[in-house]
Design a protein around this ligand. Structure first.
Ligand code: SAM
Length: 285
């Protein structure tokens, strides 16, 4: 019953992935909590901390030509000229919402209506975006989406992003890269849309480095997760896919190499939870 992608063409992978996320969109958030025992929240919180996004005085931006960091105090208060963040494969908005909270965009939408950061969620799947947008309206109110436009949702493929070159200060992708058909293409396009001095950050399942933990993790993912998918969402196959896509995805070191080939500099990774997930980051010179 294990379906692999070895004998399946690239376009079939894309439509399979599309199908999976269409199936899970409505249950996605509940299932995430359920299957990771809430851990995905912690991992996303850690990613947020690493980005340094916070109210204006603390937002970290790197000067293109220098090797040090500067605090972006002179950020201009207009969308497009503030700190622009692109969250690719952003799904139902979990990562984007953390940026909005951290930069206190909601408060500003109520008072001055101006924002120092602009977050764009881009996902290939309109169903995931639909769930994300309605969550955003409930959580932050509509001003943030319709007036200040601190948060926008855009349909698009990580391999051919619908944005101009040199547009963003920060590119994030959480639990998305392994779903993309051609990872190298996605890395190249990430590089393209980042401004010089922009930063790439990827949170993704990775490879467990500790042997006893790896055994337990295998047991859990191959036996428990598909079963839970069946019981809770009545959808074994989608969750089976998730588990297999994790196994097939490249190791920490391989991803570092691929990012370097894609042109990123100062590439490094940080394991979390024994390598169950890792954050990879690099800079566009
Ligand atoms: N980032 C969100 C989070 O952490 O909760 C969602 C992660 S979800 C596991 C993976 C997302 O990747 C799905 O919403 C799916 O539609 C999206 N996706 C898959 N292939 C994609 C592609 N080629 N381009 C953009 N998004 C893609």
């Amino acid at each position: 019953t294990h379906f692999g992608f070895t004998s399946v063409s690239i376009n079939e992978k894309e439509s399979k992935v599309r199908q999976v996320f269409e199936n899970v969109a409505d249950n996605y958030d509940v299932m995430n909590d359920f299957m990771s025992a809430g851990l995905h929240r912690y991992w996303k919180d850690e990613l947020l901390k690493m980005t340094g996004v916070a109210p204006m005085s603390k937002v970290i931006r790197r000067r293109a030509s220098m090797n040090n960091y500067e605090s972006s105090t002179e950020l201009d208060n207009k969308r497009g000229s503030g700190f622009s963040i692109l969250d690719v494969a952003g799904g139902t908005g979990d990562v984007a919402f953390r940026f909005i909270d951290a930069a206190k965009c909601e408060e500003r939408a109520k008072s001055s209506g101006l924002d120092e950061i602009a977050v764009t969620v881009c996902d290939i799947n309109p169903e995931m975006l639909r769930v994300g947008e309605s969550r955003a309206r409930k959580r932050f109110g509509s001003a943030l989406l319709d007036d200040t436009r601190a948060l926008t949702f855009v349909e698009g493929n990580a391999q051919y992003l619908p944005f101009e070159d040199n547009s963003f200060d920060l590119y994030t992708i959480a639990f998305g890269l392994r779903n993309v058909t051609d990872v190298d293409m996605a890395l190249r396009d990430a590089y393209r849309v980042l401004k010089p001095g922009g930063r790439f950050m990827c949170l993704e399942f990775s490879h467990v480095t500790n042997v006893p933990l790896a055994k337990l993790y295998d047991l859990y993912s191959f036996n428990v997760i598909p079963q839970l998918g069946q019981m809770v969402a009545n959808d074994r196959d989608s969750y089976q896919y998730l588990v297999e896509s994790i196994r097939k995805f490249c190791t920490q070191e391989e991803l570092v190499k691929r990012m370097e080939v894609g042109g990123f500099e100062e590439v490094k990774f940080t394991n979390m939870s024994g390598g169950i997930v890792a954050v990879h980051e690099g800079w566009k010179p």
